[in-house]
Design a binder for this molecule. Structure first.
Ligand SMILES: [Zn+2]
Ligand SMILES: [Zn+2]
Length: 205
């Protein structure tokens, strides 16, 4: 009797990447090319900054330029997360991340190469679809073909962004508490950003 053939498995570049992808897929309920990109971007950025990733402390800060799959990949690879206040989503709708070493203020922005999709087909010629080709190829393509990394300087103040932990004030209009120095002082009044005009919702009567 013929033995059932096992399903094809993607070629993995290394065990560490495989472990991170497994962790990411568990978080995400599936594995997709953008998660692989996110993980690879996080690993490369960490390496260029000379920091071991994933980090457990607050030394590494990530600005991801989209929500979604790539952001989960970056988070798993770098250890940066919204909950640790080390990951911020700047929603430009781009698969891109800027990683910042808060101690040295060095920063590097990593994006996929514009050729990464085309090149994927060469790295996984037998894949069932373009999606499957990307999923497999992004795991084995060398960094310099998959990604572009450039040093950058930040236009935002890290000090203001990280703010003073433990600070707490109350909005003089809505009475809600504001933490992390996110209040706005207008004509001597302490306001939350919503009451200062940035409200993104309207209360129903
Ligand atoms: Zn996904
Ligand atoms: Zn308010």
């Amino acid at each position: 009797m013929a033995r059932p053939t096992p399903p094809p498995r993607p070629v993995l570049a290394d065990a560490r990447l495989a472990a991170l992808l497994e962790q990411c897929a568990a978080l995400h309920a599936h594995l997709c090319p953008r998660q692989v990109l996110g993980v690879r971007m996080g690993l490369l950025g960490g390496r260029l900054l000379g920091l071991d990733v994933p980090q457990t402390g607050k030394r590494l800060l990530a600005f991801v330029e989209t929500d979604g799959c790539a952001a989960d990949g970056v988070s798993v690879a770098t250890g940066c997360s919204v909950g640790h206040r080390t990951l911020r989503v700047i929603d430009f709708g781009k698969v891109a991340v800027t990683l910042v070493d808060v101690e040295t203020q060095r920063a590097v922005r990593v994006t996929p190469s514009p050729h990464s999709r085309t090149l994927a087909a060469h790295y996984a010629p037998d894949a069932r679809s373009r999606w499957h080709a990307q999923l497999a190829a992004y795991q084995i393509m060398p960094d310099d073909e998959l990604l572009i990394a450039r040093p950058v300087t930040l236009r935002v103040s890290l000090e203001a962004l990280l703010s003073k932990p433990g600070r707490r004030v109350t909005c003089e209009v809505c009475g809600e508490e504001i933490i992390n120095e996110r209040e706005i002082v207008h004509e001597g009044m302490v306001l939350c950003r919503a009451c200062a005009g940035e409200r993104y919702y309207d209360p129903l009567p």
